[in-house]
Design a protein around this ligand. Sequence first.
Ligand code: ZN
Length: 89
Amino acid sequence: MNDFQFHPPQCANHHIPMVWKVDSDFVYEEEGVRVVVRHITAFACPHGDDQAFPPQVARELYPVIRELISTAKRARAIHPTPLEYLVTA
Ligand SMILES: [Zn+2]
């Protein structure tokens, strides 16, 4: 347990504490490539406008996202039209 879990972050717009939500989307974009990791547990504003991921979640996802982005960039070099890949693990 770290400090982040004991003190939930506040929504930047509503200034109220966020709540645990088990089904958030982690979205990362780089140079026109967008990676969406679904069903991640995160803090979210009850109004649905803001969310925050625990630092360890970002650390765990980062190497996988790097790999997916380089794969998508290679694919884009071959097929320049926008494509969407859905990966389920
Ligand atoms: Zn809010």
